[in-house]
Design a protein around this ligand. Structure first.
Ligand SMILES: Cc1cc2nc3c(=O)[nH]c(=O)nc-3n(C[C@H](O)[C@H](O)[C@H](O)COP(=O)(O)OP(=O)(O)OC[C@H]3O[C@@H](n4cnc5c(N)ncnc54)[C@H](O)[C@@H]3O)c2cc1C
Length: 450
């Protein structure tokens, strides 16, 4: 009899793992709490505007995501960001400044002062860190100076991870950056040596992408491919051991048995699901923090926005004293996002440094955003379209101690052979990372079931 595999959670991580297991001929079922799969990935379409509840795009940063799109026949649906999306802005002195490209661009840029730029080169002489785990902020300050932290890493960290660089662990959040110091003793030396060596050759198209009809094309294609193996509207409430197998309690008092279980729901849900099997793993999972995020998607008449919006978007450093973390300009990046004569800005507020904003009313949030948009991008007039989406637990935070927590979690899970953890709180938050980890998990479980 073939071994049964249950995947819990139909976000991109679980969907990818289940799809790859299905392709390997395994007997797999996926249980998803909501009717629809996709988790954080969801696209909305109203009044001619196409907006995203979660990710707006992802990097084609690994072969796994590239191949997944090809396997699903989505090549003609995929859209890479227009050339303009390579341009990114960061706010300094209260105005958006384009981030420089290349060495000459860096030298000429207004984004950093002359002394701030010179300080970066001290990196070559700064020794390796001795002592315990370092935060992202401590590492950047120590190696390349405070100004690059404030107007380089800080906006990136709050824009991408909704995180606080003083709390985030360097090793868990940016392992490649930590490795540059470990291997080469310097970021600059490491980057040059790695550049000279060159990476593995890949034919993969570089850059960010979405789909003509939005990001949820990917989870929809996976759900369709899984067909009856996808059990939408079916939450898993608990797991028990039962004669060498696992018994999963589903919504409505239903049960199902499995030999292997991939838990790809969020950490705080997995904590509840396995609480009776391993109180220690449950405790560790519960301790993983998530930052809240509010998306304020706004449409405007083109003439009401003074800024050309000629780029991917703009990030706002904490030092600038704005509530806005960042603003993405999807109508500049991808076709078909807005009606004729309009533009859209996907704005983010909240994050680890301003978590309480998620509890404010939509009216208050909108008014705060409009003040910032007016000052930064010359936005006048009322928005023609408004969508405010609140995520109380948006992005897992790889804070100091995260690595140790994961090591302890892995030891606790050793007592539960056949139960596997998967998801964005483990090894990367981007959609592309989740796909890569989903594929790797499928291959690991395939080996176990033979
Ligand atoms: C607002 C926001 C913006 C983002 N922007 C970007 C971006 O621009 N680019 C990028 O690459 N990444 C971005 N990300 C990150 C990325 O989208 C996520 O990390 C990724 O989609 C997470 O996928 P996942 O499958 O691990 O988890 P999730 O998407 O959280 O999926 C978990 C699933 O488990 C289900 N579930 C919960 N409880 C149960 C239960 N008891 N039983 C069964 N199922 C259950 C949930 O309903 C959900 O479908 C963003 C995330 C957010 C929230």
């Amino acid at each position: 009899m073939s071994k049964k595999i249950a995947v819990v959670g139909g976000g991109i991580s679980g969907l990818t793992a289940a799809y790859r297991l299905m392709n390997e001929g395994c007997d797999v079922s996926l249980f998803e709490k909501k009717e629809q799969g996709g988790g954080a990935i969801r696209t909305g379409k109203e009044e001619g505007y196409l907006f995203e509840y979660g990710p707006n795009s992802t990097m084609n940063s690994n072969d796994e995501i590239d191949q997944l799109c090809k396997l699903l026949g989505l090549e003609d649906e995929r859209v890479f960001g227009r050339a303009v999306s390579k341009k990114r802005y960061v706010v300094r002195y209260g105005r958006p400044i384009a981030t420089p490209a290349g060495l000459m661009g860096f030298i000429k840029s207004d984004l950093w002062t002359a002394s701030g730029k010179l300080r970066i080169f001290k990196d070559i002489f700064v020794g390796r860190h001795k002592g315990g785990e370092e935060s992202v902020a401590d590492y950047v300050r120590r190696r390349v100076g405070k100004e690059l932290l404030d107007y380089g890493l800080d906006p990136f960290v709050s824009g991408v991870y909704a995180g606080d660089p003083e709390k985030l662990s360097l090793k868990s959040t940016f392992p490649k950056m930590a490795a540059l110091e470990e291997e080469y003793g310097s970021i600059i030396r490491g980057a040059i040596k790695k550049g000279l060596k060159g990476g593995p050759k890949s034919t993969r198209q570089k850059g960010i992408f979405s789909f003509k009809e939005g990001m949820d094309v990917l989870p929809k294609a996976l759900t369709d491919a899984l067909a009856e193996r996808f059990r939408g509207g079916t939450a898993v409430e608990g797991i028990k051991k039962n004669k060498g197998r696992y018994l999963l309690t589903l919504t409505g008092g239903e049960y199902t048995e499995a030999d292997e279980v991939i838990l790809s729901s969020p950490a705080y849900i997995n904590s509840k699901i396995i609480s009776s099997l391993s109180p220690e793993a449950s405790r560790l999972l519960k301790g993983i923090e998530y930052a809240p995020l509010v998306i304020v998607y706004l449409g405007f008449n083109r003439k009401d926005v003074a800024h050309p919006l000629d780029g991917f978007g703009c990030l706002i450093p904490g030092k600038e004293g704005k509530k806005l973390l960042g603003s993405l300009w999807n109508s500049s990046m991808f076709p078909g996002r807005v009606p004729e004569g309009k533009v859209c800005l996907t704005n983010f507020v909240g994050g680890a440094r301003n978590p309480s904003i998620v509890d404010r009313s939509d009216k208050e949030i909108l008014s705060t955003i409009m003040t910032d948009l007016n000052a930064l991008f010359g936005v006048k007039g009322d928005p023609t379209f408004i969508k405010i989406i609140k995520h109380k637990k948006a992005i897992p935070q790889y804070n100091l101690g995260h690595g140790k927590k994961l090591d302890a979690l892995s030891r606790a899970m050793d007592s539960l052979p056949g139960i596997h953890l998967l998801g964005n709180y483990l090894q990367g938050v981007s959609v592309a990372d989740c796909v890569k980890n989903g594929v790797e998990m499928a291959m690991k479980v395939k080996k176990r079931v033979g």
